[in-house]
Write a protein that binds this ligand. Structure first.
Ligand SMILES: [Zn+2]
Length: 306
């Protein structure tokens, strides 16, 4: 089809440089995941890499059937194998341009650590604390526990400096948390195992997403763990949709809102590509997450769009 673009372009989330790849040339990307029809669009997630002098930058991007970039899923950097391995002892903090994770009423500190890729996502981390150093200490504690126990307790409870840590660990990932409100421990405990399991193609969950998940755990402890898992693994959260059926949007919003009142508030901006799904969730509040996803499923299942 001549409508398909040859080059899909986007801005690398790590270095801000333009990156291009060709959806019809499998050599120009690392992997792709196709999605079911979503809001009337056929979307695919591609994982694309480019190299600088010292690093390889990975971006996961959502692209439509025309090859047009629709949004980022994640991005991260890895040192190139040519770089002196002695500099690789450090854990690097995965920086994002979005708001930093300041402590909440319930959570003082929360870090997600990759043991093999050596990154840290500072989900909640006061600016007075050093995420990279804490990570080194926490990984040491996990290794110590692995020597002491045949099967380590989940969570490991330990004290570092003057802080009481809860640590959950898998072979690849570690989640460590310092709580202000101990009542959060049980809901955290039931979800922690899902955070430390790598879901697919070792995506780094974005800080903003994990922040959202932690806020939900704190404020809506009764939300099902399956809904939390869905949040963690939803490719479309950072995608701009912009449906091709713009003139039908008012009637679609009207009809959908008789069943899902939340549609009145967010569906129009979502379908016009003014806001992303994660912005919609942050707008409507954590109590409405289930309703938002039910609405999306309804639209997709009924093929309301297209
Ligand atoms: Zn880059």
């Amino acid at each position: 089809m001549s409508l398909v673009r040859n080059t899909t372009e986007f801005i690398c989330k790590v270095c801000g440089k333009p990156v291009g790849f060709d959806i019809s040339d499998a050599k120009s990307y690392i992997s792709k995941t196709e999605h079911d029809n979503f809001f009337g669009m056929t979307l695919t997630t591609y994982r694309v890499a480019h190299d600088t002098d010292t690093e390889r930058h990975y971006n996961s991007v959502v692209v439509d059937h025309m090859g047009l970039f629709r949004g980022h899923r994640d991005a991260y950097a890895e040192p190139l194998p040519t770089v002196d391995p002695s500099t690789d002892r450090r854990y690097w903090v995965y920086h994002e341009d979005e708001v930093s994770g300041e402590p909440t009423n319930g959570i003082e500190l929360a870090l997600l650590i990759s043991r093999d890729q050596r990154w840290v996502v500072d989900i909640v981390c006061p600016s007075a604390m050093n995420a990279s150093e804490i990570t080194t200490l926490v990984v040491d504690r996990v290794e110590e526990a692995q020597r002491v126990y045949n099967t380590i307790p989940q969570p490991i409870e330990t004290r570092l400096a003057d802080l009481d840590f809860y640590i959950w660990a898998s072979d690849n990932r570690i989640l460590c948390v310092v709580l202000r409100n101990q009542a959060l421990l049980s809901s955290l405990n039931s979800f922690a195992s899902r955070i430390i399991v790598e879901s697919e193609a070792d995506f780094i969950p974005r800080r903003r997403l994990l922040n959202l998940v932690f806020n939900v755990i704190e404020r809506e402890p009764d939300l099902s763990t399956s809904m939390l898992s869905r949040l963690m693994n939803e490719d479309m959260l950072f995608t701009k949709f912009q449906t091709p059926f713009e003139d039908r949007i008012p009637s679609i919003v009207e009809r959908t809102s008789t069943r899902f009142p939340i549609a009145k508030e967010i569906l129009g901006p979502l379908l016009r590509g003014y806001i992303t799904l994660i912005e919609a969730l942050e707008t409507v509040g954590y109590a409405h997450i289930q309703e938002v996803f039910d609405m999306i499923d309804f639209i997709n299942r009924r093929r309301v769009l297209g």
